[in-house]
Design a protein around this ligand. Structure first.
Ligand SMILES: *[C@@H]1O[C@H](CO)[C@@H](O)[C@H](O)[C@H]1NC(C)=O
Ligand SMILES: *[C@@H]1O[C@H](CO)[C@@H](O)[C@H](O)[C@H]1NC(C)=O
Ligand SMILES: *[C@@H]1O[C@H](CO)[C@@H](O)[C@H](O)[C@H]1NC(C)=O
Ligand SMILES: *[C@@H]1O[C@H](CO)[C@@H](O)[C@H](O)[C@H]1NC(C)=O
Ligand SMILES: *[C@@H]1O[C@H](CO)[C@@H](O)[C@H](O)[C@H]1NC(C)=O
Ligand SMILES: *[C@@H]1O[C@H](CO)[C@@H](O)[C@H](O)[C@H]1NC(C)=O
Ligand SMILES: *[C@@H]1O[C@H](CO)[C@@H](O)[C@H](O)[C@H]1NC(C)=O
Length: 492
């Protein structure tokens, strides 16, 4: 089924060329002509009908009257008939294709993905890749979705339809709808944020436009939940709680007055655009949580020297430190050696969203194991530092996914100060580079190396201290301070 439908959609492009040369009644050109003739005749008739009672009879009018009679009786009757039948044909020709196209299951994340595979994105240099309906690209058609299945994306489907000829039993959803595709899940804050990023970019670019609703898909399956952290961040950004559409009580297709579809995360966005989006998220989150927008430059001790916030952001369970107290002691020791350094230890598992925003707002150096909690880094001031830790086995076996926090550091304007990889860990019964070992290493704990940690912490502290003093010189200039404060929250 899947293949046949998708092929039909594809070959229809080729066919439409041939059709316009034949006198096929269903040719789009011919129907446009017919409609145009109908409209012109109808308009003429209306004008004439208006004129008649007010103007005196004249010889030329009698001809017009006769002609009009002919037109009226033979054509205009048939015009409305013709219109109705054309609309019925348009309505019936709306073709639904599966949201998840199994032909692309091997390359689900490449090209135009297996989600809405027959449609192409609009790509502009340095901007998010998106689809917008209705648009020139959709020839004025709206996006319609028959997609309530939560378990099988191939059972959900989509189609394009003209607003005058929506499919049978369709419900029109007014306003702007954001349709999101996420290859991973919305509960993981890193993957969830990646899927939301392009919408924030779009929102920023379109003068802070706010959607009426969101429709969330994963592998073509409808999703209703996102992590509370993400939900809060989006509420802060868009100024209202997210309205996630579940199509409860909607039987037929849902057609959207306006819809923006994003399925490539940050793909296509230039570094500058990404920085702007993270600036916006940071600024909005701080406003939402009543955290000062002034940032770290205002945090000084009694003598006016800059405070350096160093935060150990701990995990519990998988990828936690095996011996926390030793690790804390090492960083405490190094922190005490630097004037103005304040060490804090926090756990990601029991902090509310605003707790995390506040914590990051007073952090210059984030010390944390590899894990989703590191997504919070963009909430620090730009140019802040991140130190990351991995358990044994990740370098060889974890794939490119292990570098995501280096990427976000670069996209959000943070300094990734490198990673420490534990050479020791749980034993694996297979050879060390056997993929099966990763199941053991994935949830492993992280040890420590006193010598390495001390030197690393000391180096990072020195460099941060230096740049904070420098920044303090610059931001003595009041206008610079104003700039730091006001930048970020506005849209284009
Ligand atoms: C409308 O067109 C049909 C042919 O499609 C014709 O048979 C019929 O007579 C026309 N009706 C009028 C009122 O002219
Ligand atoms: C439209 O709804 C009616 C009544 O619920 C139903 O009988 C009919 O089959 C539906 N049509 C389609 C195309 O689903
Ligand atoms: C922020 O401050 C406003 C007004 O003082 C208050 O209504 C709101 O609850 C505060 N929000 C948080 C997250 O503390
Ligand atoms: C952590 O390491 C210290 C120093 O080696 C040791 O005294 C302590 O027992 C260890 N704690 C745990 C929970 O292993
Ligand atoms: C947060 O969780 C950590 C680790 O489970 C625990 O040690 C700490 O006491 C908790 N803090 C609060 C305030 O509940
Ligand atoms: C961040 O660092 C870069 C390069 O060191 C500097 O040009 C920029 O002004 C800094 N930005 C802020 C907000 O401090
Ligand atoms: C700890 O780190 C130091 C410095 O990088 C290194 O020379 C040493 O071999 C490491 N110790 C262990 C036990 O891995």
């Amino acid at each position: 089924m899947t293949n046949i439908f998708a092929e039909t959609e594809r070959s229809s492009q080729k066919l439409s060329k041939q059709r316009s040369f034949s006198t096929n009644l269903f040719s789009p050109k011919l129907s446009v002509y017919l409609l145009a003739v109908c409209v012109i005749l109808f308009t003429l008739f209306q004008m004439q009908a208006l004129k008649t009672p007010f103007s005196p009879p004249s010889p030329s009018l009698s001809f017009l009257e006769k002609w009009e009679k002919v037109v009226h009786t033979s054509l205009s009757l048939n015009c409305s008939q013709e219109l109705r039948s054309m609309i019925a044909k348009l309505r019936d020709s709306v073709t639904f294709l599966p949201l998840k196209d199994l032909r692309y299951s091997e390359t689900a994340m490449q090209g135009h993905t297996w989600f809405m595979s027959s449609l192409y994105d609009t790509q502009e240099e340095g901007e998010v890749q998106y689809q917008y309906f209705p648009s020139e690209a959709s020839k004025g058609r709206l996006l319609c979705i028959l997609g309530r299945d939560k378990h099988d994306g191939a059972r959900n489907s989509y189609a394009l339809a003209w607003p005058e000829a929506l499919p049978e039993n369709a419900t029109l959803f007014k306003g702007l709808t954001f349709v999101s595709y996420n290859h991973y899940d919305y509960d993981n804050i890193w993957h969830g944020l990646s899927a939301m990023m392009p919408f924030v970019g779009w929102h920023r670019r379109m003068g802070c436009v706010v959607p009426t609703r969101w429709v969330l898909y994963h592998w073509g399956e409808l999703r209703s939940n996102i992590s509370p952290w993400l939900s809060n961040l989006m509420e802060a950004t868009f100024g209202e709680p997210l309205n996630i559409e579940l199509f409860d009580g909607v039987d037929g297709p849902a057609c959207f007055e306006e819809a923006a579809v994003m399925r490539h995360n940050e793909g296509g966005m230039s570094r500058q655009r990404r920085l702007e989006v993270y600036d916006l998220l940071r600024c909005k989150a701080r406003m939402f949580c009543n955290v000062s927008l002034e940032g770290r430059s205002s945090d000084v001790d009694e003598k006016g020297a800059p405070i350096i916030g160093m935060t150990l952001f701990m995990r519990t369970g998988a990828r936690s430190f095996r011996n926390e107290s030793v690790v804390i002691d090492i960083f405490k020791r190094e922190c005490l050696k630097v004037e103005g350094c304040r060490l804090r230890v926090a756990y990601s598992n029991n902090l509310s969203f605003c707790d995390q925003v506040r914590l990051m707002g007073s952090t210059d150096i984030l010390v944390s194991p590899h894990g989703a909690q590191l997504t919070n880094m963009f909430l620090m001031d730009t140019n802040s530092s991140v130190m990351e830790f991995f358990p044994k086995g990740w370098l060889k076996l974890a794939g490119v996914g292990q570098y995501v926090y280096q990427w976000i550091a670069s996209w959000a304007g943070m300094r990734h100060e490198g990673a420490w990889r534990d050479p020791n860990g749980d034993a694996c019964p297979y050879p060390e580079d056997d993929r099966r070992c990763f199941n053991i290493y994935k949830g492993g704990q992280i040890g420590y190396n006193d010598t390495y940690f001390s030197k690393w912490a000391s180096d990072v502290l020195k460099q941060v201290k230096l740049s904070k003093v420098e920044l303090q010189q610059v931001s003595k200039d009041a206008t610079m301070k104003e700039q730091l404060k006001s930048s970020g929250c506005s849209c284009n």
